[in-house]
Design a protein around this ligand. Sequence first.
Ligand code: FE2
Length: 379
Amino acid sequence: MTMEQHTPQPEIVVPEAEDFLPLLGTDHVELIVGNAKQSAYYYMHAWGFQPLAFKGLETGSPDSVSYVLRQDKITLVLTTPLAAGGPLNDHLNRHGDGVKAVALWVDDAAKSWKETTSRGAVSVFEPETQKDDNGEVVLSGIETYGDTIHVFVERKAYSGVFLPGYVAWSPSGTSESLGLKYIDHMVGNVGWGEMNTWCQFYAKVMGFAQLVSFDDKDISTEYTALMSKVMSNGNGRIKFPINEPAEGRKKSQIEEYIDFYQGAGVQHIAVATDNIIETVTELQKRGIEFLKVPSTYYETVLDRVGEIDEDLAPLSELGILIDRDDEGYLLQIFTKPVVDRPTMFFEIIQRKGAQSFGKGNFKALFEAIEREQSLRGTL
Ligand code: FE2
């Protein structure tokens, strides 16, 4: 393994994203899960999310139940169907627990739908106004890769707890926040040869620009490879790296994902913290499992990244990785898959100037993933 070299970061292309689709941020991420009640407990008590809102039988929602959780700017919606059949069960049957909707906060959901569908996006639902005593929201939706969708959420005339149809939810026994602040980026895995198609989708349909690109020479080990491009919206708040598998001697981790997810989907959600040591210490205490690189990583890492503010000892103990680019450095760590299928996982990231994605860690990280794949018999 060669971790000592600090390969130069790819040139960052200044985004020239068009602003026909101004995005204010990520509104929420909706996962379809097998048991939303227990998933909500997991995200509250293991991850420090706070309960926010609920809809289900008690609120007049006969077909599905949803729990809404929040930590700072991150809002998760966990949804489970309540009866057999229908699209929610189809999603669950095909993909297992996974992300259905990446909802984007906009000023004008009707215009967002019009601008994107006129550029080729497939509509999921036309702009619709939903009202309750707290005002109104406008929602619209378009398809993206796999069965994943983007929902545009316009909530400037709404003061309710989440969306119409939901009631405030405050169960007993909640947990403390773990300092997770916002979604830094969300990565999509797509099939062989589909990366450019979906990058073009984000460029043409949503006005995103390409930040960086990694080919299989950047992201390969002795055995496996992948390719990745990072697409960003104009104000840089929304970053969607897109991965596709590449040929190697053994099975790419992206192909393993595609096999188990039965298609393209969200691979990981990177969440930002201001104190990764505290956040990860607490997550590990609560049983969250992380990928570990060999301890030899820490023998040479400072030669590669230079001086950092943190002591190396706690980083090494927790398995936190370090990388540097022209603008600063970053600290990051990746969980093992958080669902039964080897599909979705989380990244915890603390940026100290660096705006890149940890390229210097790819090799060590992917070798760690290969060890896990080997245990699953999927390498
Ligand atoms: Fe990431």
